[in-house]
Design a protein around this ligand. Structure first.
Ligand SMILES: Nc1nc2c(ncn2[C@@H]2O[C@H](COP(=O)(O)OP(=O)(O)OP(=O)(O)O)[C@@H](O)[C@H]2O)c(=O)[nH]1
Ligand SMILES: [Mg+2]
Length: 452
C-alpha cells in the first residue's frame, strides 16, 4: 500500500460530472502535476476544500474542473486522497486518468480504495463488504440491510457472540489451569448449555432464505392450470402489461418476470405456463420451466378459477405442490366477479392448512389482501443481523465448531474442547476481518467495482 492509486470513481456513460480519485502518499504530488488552480495562491491546497481550476497534462488543458484534497487520516482510505470533479462522460475522465497515470499513480484494482480503508483500520471487513452491497442494493429493503451492515450491525452481532465465547473459553481455561478447584464435570455441566445456546443463536442468524430475500427480494411464482388468470394477476400486481392475456387456454408458453415494490421490499413475480398434460413440445417445455419456477419460489401462489368447478388438473397440481413440500403456499381464488362454482371451503379441503385469498384480477382493490400477504413475507428479513452469504457461512461454521465443543466436553478431557472453541472464535473473526488471510481479502474485494 506504499504506492498511489487512481481510478474513475463514477459510473461510465453520460452524466453531469465524473470523478477521478487518487489515494496514497503521492496523491497531492500527482494532483499538483495534473491540476492548475485558478488562483496562483492556491498551493498548498487547504484540506477538505473544493478548489476551482483546470485539469491538464503538461501545458495541455484537459477540462475545467474542481479539485479537493483530503489529507490523511481524515479520508475514506485514511491516506491522502485527492479527487478531480470533471465534466461527465467517459472521454474527459479517461484522459485525466491517463494524465494521473503518467504523473506517477497506478491504476487501482477493484475495491482497492475500500481495501485500504479496511487495512488502515477505518472500517472492519463486514463494513467494507457493506459498501458494495449498498452500491448494488435495489429497493429500500436491500438498501437498509446494507446500511445496517455499514454502520456496524453485523460487527456488533459478531462482537456480542465473540464476547460470550470468550466467557466460555475463560471458564474452560479455569478448569484446565486449576483442576483441583473446578472439576471437569462441573465445567462441562455449566459450560455446555452456554455453548449450545450460542450455537443456536448463530444458526438462527444464519438464515439463508431470509438473508437472500433481504438482499434480492421475495421470489413469488404464479402457478395454476391454464386460463385461471395467472398472467392477468401478474399484470395487475405489477400494474404493467407484461404478459399476453387471452381467453385461449395455453396462452403463456414461457415464464414471464415482473417486479413490484411493497413497503420498500422488492417482490419478483414469475408468471408461468398453465400446467397440464400436453403433447405440444413447446408447451411441455413451458410446463418444465413452470415447475422450475415453482421449486425456486419463496412463496407459491396457486391460482384457481372460482367461476368453474375444480378440475382434475387443479387437483393434480395441488397434489404436486404438496408433494414438493413447499413451506409457503397461498391459494388464490380468482375471477370472484363471476358466479361462484368453487368455494373457499372446496380449496380448504383440497389444500388443508393453506391460506386462501379471493381476488378478481380485473379489480385492483380486490388484490389488497394479497399485496399485504406478500409484503409481510418480504419484510421478514428486515431485522436480520447477517445478510451476506460469506457471513452466513462463517456463522454456520462457528456454530458447528461449538456443537463439536459441547460433544467433546461430554466425552473427552476439557483441553480438547478448547481446540473446538478456538476454531469457532476464528470463524467469527473472519466475518469482521479480525483474522483473515490475504487470499480471503482478494476474494472479497475482487467482487468490487473499480474506483470504490
Ligand atoms: N371475469 C374475469 N375474467 C378474468 C379474470 N382474470 C382473468 N380473466 C380472463 O381469463 C382469461 C385467461 O386469463 P389469463 O390471465 O391469460 O390466464 P392464464 O392463467 O395466464 O392462462 P394461461 O397462460 O393459458 O395458462 C382471459 O380471458 C382473462 O381476461 C377475472 O378476475 N375475472
Ligand atoms: Mg398466462
Amino acid at each position: 500500500m506504499a504506492d498511489t492509486i487512481v481510478a474513475i470513481a463514477t459510473a461510465p456513460g453520460e452524466g453531469g460530472i465524473s470523478i477521478v480519485r487518487l489515494s496514497g502518499p503521492e496523491a497531492e504530488a500527482v494532483l499538483h502535476r495534473v491540476f492548475l488552480p485558478a488562483s496562483a495562491a492556491a498551493w498548498p491546497l487547504e484540506s477538505h476544500r473544493l478548489t476551482y481550476g483546470t485539469a491538464r497534462e503538461g501545458e495541455t488543458p484537459l477540462d475545467e474542473c474542481m479539485a479537493v484534497l483530503m489529507r490523511a487520516p481524515r479520508s475514506y482510505t485514511r491516506e491522502d486522497v485527492a479527487e478531480l470533479q470533471l465534466h461527465g462522460g467517459g472521454s474527459t475522465a479517461g484522459r485525466v486518468l491517463q494524465a494521473c497515470l503518467r504523473a506517477g499513480a497506478r491504476l487501482a484494482e477493484p475495491g482497492e480504495f475500500t481495501r485500504r480503508a479496511f487495512c488502515n483500520g477505518r472500517i472492519d471487513l463486514s463494513q467494507a463488504e457493506a459498501v458494495m452491497a449498498l452500491i448494488r442494493s435495489r429497493g429500500e429493503q436491500a438498501r437498509q440491510a446494507a446500511l445496517r451492515q455499514l454502520t456496524g450491525g453485523a460487527a456488533a452481532f459478531v462482537r456480542k457472540a465473540a464476547d460470550e465465547l470468550y466467557g466460555i473459553q475463560a471458564g474452560l481455561a479455569a478448569c484446565i489451569d486449576y483442576p483441583e478447584e473446578v472439576s471437569e464435570e462441573e465445567a462441562a455441566s455449566s459450560l455446555s448449555p452456554r455453548i449450545l445456546v450460542l450455537a443456536e443463536t448463530l444458526e438462527e442468524a444464519a438464515d439463508e432464505q431470509g438473508a437472500r430475500i433481504a438482499r434480492e427480494g421475495l421470489r413469488v411464482a404464479l402457478c395454476g392450470r391454464p386460463n385461471v388468470g395467472k398472467s392477468s394477476l401478474l399484470n395487475a400486481l405489477t400494474r404493467q402489461e407484461l404478459a399476453i392475456v387471452t381467453p385461449v387456454a395455453g396462452t403463456t408458453r414461457d415464464t414471464v418476470q415482473g417486479e413490484l415494490t411493497l413497503g420498500g421490499c422488492l417482490i419478483r413475480v414469475t408468471d408461468t405456463a398453465g400446467m397440464r398434460e400436453t403433447e405440444d413440445p413447446v408447451e411441455r417445455l413451458g410446463v418444465e420451466r413452470a415447475l422450475k419456477a415453482l421449486r425456486e419460489a419463496d412463496t407459491v401462489l396457486l391460482v384457481f378459477d372460482a367461476s368453474l368447478p375444480l378440475t382434475e388438473e387443479d387437483r393434480a397440481l395441488a397434489a404436486q405442490v404438496r408433494s414438493l413440500g413447499k413451506p409457503d403456499v397461498l391459494a388464490v381464488r380468482n375471477k370472484s366477479d363471476l358466479p361462484e362454482a368453487t368455494r373457499e371451503t372446496d380449496l380448504a379441503a383440497l389444500l388443508p392448512g393453506v391460506p386462501c385469498l379471493t381476488v378478481c384480477a380485473q379489480e385492483p382493490e380486490s388484490l389488497r389482501p394479497l399485496r399485504e400477504a406478500l409484503r409481510q413475507r418480504a419484510q421478514a428479513g428486515d431485522t436480520l443481523a447477517l445478510t451476506q452469504p460469506r457471513h452466513l457461512e462463517a456463522a454456520r461454521r462457528a456454530a458447528g465448531h461449538l456443537r463439536q465443543a459441547a460433544r467433546t466436553l461430554a466425552e473427552a478431557p476439557c483441553d480438547l474442547a478448547a481446540v473446538d472453541l478456538l476454531a469457532a472464535q476464528q470463524a467469527l473473526a473472519e466475518i469482521t476481518g479480525d483474522a483473515v488471510e490475504e487470499k480471503l481479502l482478494d476474494r472479497v474485494f475482487a467482487d468490487f467495482c473499480v474506483g470504490k
